[in-house]
Design a protein around this ligand. Structure first.
Ligand SMILES: [Zn+2]
Length: 211
């Protein structure tokens, strides 16, 4: 799903209904800042607000997810595509997240365990073995760190703030990219510029051909 396109669509439908951001927000029991955020493409309505929002705008959830008024002919096809796309993305993200968590957790545990064993105040462990144990601890620490970084890189996408391209950065690009909150300084594969890219959880449908 393309947050920017959805935001523009929400704004256009709100205006079509002759409604201000404030009025829409009041009807939904939320702040007008939230509505403004959606319309700027900086957020997606949470699931519990999807139906009330669509009711207020006089559109269907399918329209909202497609970021356009879907005609009768395409309706079924678009609805199924949206559904499959959402489930696929969510499952893939969850799988990656769990994998990252497991790898990170096991690595951290092993690191701490080995560190404690390596530093035990006993003469039973020869110095050479201590070095091996500490080295192994460092390996686990590195593996854990890499796993977490890989998770951060691969779960969701980054969106170029210049051309709007959604992409998963290369490992090297990601490691050396300066990170501030949800933004990271990355080289966009489409326009080739090194720009601040925003972390997004869903991919722009228009960018799927680049897979
Ligand atoms: Zn770009």
């Amino acid at each position: 799903m393309d947050q920017a396109a959805t935001g523009r669509f929400i704004a256009s439908q709100r205006k079509r209904n002759g409604c201000t951001q404030k009025q829409l927000a009041e009807k939904l029991g939320i702040s007008d800042k939230t509505v403004s955020k959606w319309e700027c493409g900086n957020g997606f309505p949470e699931v519990s607000l999807l139906l009330p929002l669509c009711n207020e705008l006089g559109i269907t959830v399918n329209d909202l997810l497609s970021a356009e008024l879907v005609s009768g002919e395409d309706y079924q096809e678009k609805a199924e595509k949206n559904m499959v796309e959402m489930i696929k993305e969510r499952e893939e993200n969850r799988r990656l997240f769990m994998l990252t968590l497991a790898l990170g957790g096991v690595s951290l545990f092993s690191f701490l365990l080995l560190l404690v064993v390596g530093c035990l105040p006993t003469t039973a462990i020869p110095p050479a073995l201590r070095i091996v144990i500490i080295a192994a601890a460092c390996v686990f620490f590195t593996v854990g760190l890499l796993a977490v970084m890989e998770g951060q890189r691969k779960i969701g996408y980054y969106r170029c703030t210049v051309c709007g391209k959604t992409f998963v950065p290369t490992f090297r690009n990601h490691v050396f990219g300066l990170n501030v909150l949800s933004k990271r300084l990355l080289k966009c594969p489409d326009c080739g510029k090194r720009v601040w890219c925003r972390k997004v959880m869903a991919k722009d449908p228009a960018g799927q051909k680049e897979d």
